[in-house]
Design a protein around this ligand. Structure first.
Ligand SMILES: NC(=O)c1ccc[n+]([C@@H]2O[C@H](COP(=O)([O-])OP(=O)(O)OC[C@H]3O[C@@H](n4cnc5c(N)ncnc54)[C@H](O)[C@@H]3O)[C@@H](O)[C@H]2O)c1
Length: 375
């Protein structure tokens, strides 16, 4: 099948491309992060190619800071989505996936005062006069996108609308809470910062499950809207505690709540009933944390500027990492690293070994004796 994925260098797009290629699809990707950049807006305006399936992940978001701080930048999604749906109809592309968001749900259903409540797909009714107030311009753009999806459907395109909750994974940008919390803990920061009072609750769903649910919904001929979540409520404080526990080794930081930072709604959790009919989440949050810490251990700098008396410690760290990398090379689905990433980390380690030897002429242990190769 010929598939177009927009936002293919982004978090979900990357994983989707990998999964589609693994199942034998012929995938074309578009992202402004490509070199040279491929702007989906230009493509939709000018290109006439017809694909069997077009999955639209391209969007301007920037995490909570972007959503709250740059509403006009986020508003460019309105143009991007409008041109996407026009292009689908113009080219006669028969099947499409529109990534909406849990941000499309009314904010007043997600307040602490409204009590714990799972969000159901029909909490947003586009066929009524009242859709509530979605989450910022970002939420409005997704709601508008869903309306446009309806018009594209009426024009003959079979559009699947998805509403992911808090997608996370090891290779997500640090402007998202999950990777930021993992990185702070992996560096053993003390105090460890959490935005807000940490009581804000999210439904954390691993990228593998977002991708698997997307493909399963497509295979099942679903049109959605479909929540992509687990239905499990976990606060930032609980997530931080889980990460700290897995870091272990006596790490027990003071949690510093940064109450001046944007935090979003108080309680955002999916009712996953509809999704469960096509896909059951496979990666628990605990497992996602384990994978992220494992991936982090491969990439964090060793710190060559430490005093020479710590060289043995540094050498041991390096050797442990090389071993870990070899292990990940052997069982690379154990973390979220792909082969290219592992090769890159191995190159970095090789350079670090060389640097260690340059700075410490007679190390207590000799990591250079270890041949660094990917398996
Ligand atoms: N990750 C989540 O948890 C989550 C949750 C809800 C909704 N979503 C939606 O899923 C989709 C994918 O999210 P993500 O997490 O991968 O976001 P992301 O920010 O990681 O990726 C979006 C990608 O789109 C690209 N892009 C932006 N403008 C573009 C343009 N004009 N042309 C080409 N590429 C462009 C960006 O460079 C980026 O790589 C988005 O629509 C997002 O709103 C994601």
């Amino acid at each position: 099948m010929r598939v177009l994925v927009t936002g293919s260098a982004g978090f979900i797009g990357r994983h989707l491309v990998e999964a589609l290629e693994a199942r034998g699809d012929d995938v074309a990707g578009l992202d402004i992060l490509d070199s040279p950049a491929h702007d989906a807006l230009d493509f939709f305006r000018t290109d006439g190619a017809r694909y069997d399936l077009a999955i639209h992940c391209a969007a301007v978001i920037g995490g909570r800071q972007g959503i709250d701080g740059s509403p006009l930048a986020v508003a460019t999604n309105l143009a991007l989505d409008a041109w996407y749906f026009n292009w689908l109809v113009r080219t006669g592309t028969p099947r499409a996936v529109y990534f909406s968001s849990s941000a499309a749900y009314p904010v007043d259903l997600q307040l602490r005062l409204s009590g714990p409540r799972r969000l159901r797909e029909n909490d947003v009714r586009l066929d009524t006069f009242s859709v509530g107030r979605p989450d910022a311009v970002y939420g409005w753009s997704k709601l508008t996108g869903e309306i446009l999806a309806g018009h594209a459907r009426a024009a003959g395109v079979d559009v699947l609308v998805l509403r992911p909750f808090s997608g996370y994974g090891s290779d997500q940008g640090l402007n998202y809470p999950f990777p930021a919390i993992v990185a702070r803990a992996a560096r053993r920061e003390d105090p460890m910062d959490i935005w807000g009072d940490g009581e804000q609750v999210r439904d954390w769903v691993h990228a593998d499950d977002v991708v698997a649910a997307t493909l399963a919904a497509l295979d099942a001929g679903e049109q959605g809207p479909l929540n992509i979540g687990t239905g499990i409520a976990t606060s930032f404080n609980e997530l931080a505690a889980m990460v700290v526990e897995q870091v272990g080794g006596g790490y027990d930081p003071v949690i510093r709540h940064l109450t001046d930072k944007p935090t979003g709604v108080a309680h955002r959790v999916a009712d996953p009933t509809r999704m469960l009919a096509v896909h059951k989440p496979a990666v628990t949050l605990r497992e996602g944390v384990r994978r992220a810490l494992a991936a982090h251990a491969l990439t964090a700098p060793v710190g060559w500027d430490t005093h020479p008396h710590r060289r043995q410690e540094a050498a041991v760290t390096l050797e442990a990492r090389i071993e870990a990398l070899r292990d990940h090379g052997r069982h690379r689905r154990a973390c979220d690293c792909d082969t290219a990433e592992i090769e890159r980390h191995l190159d970095v380690l090789q350079a670090e070994v060389a640097e260690l030897l340059r700075r410490v002429p007679r190390p207590d242990r000799t990591p250079a004796s270890v041949t660094v190769t990917a398996h």
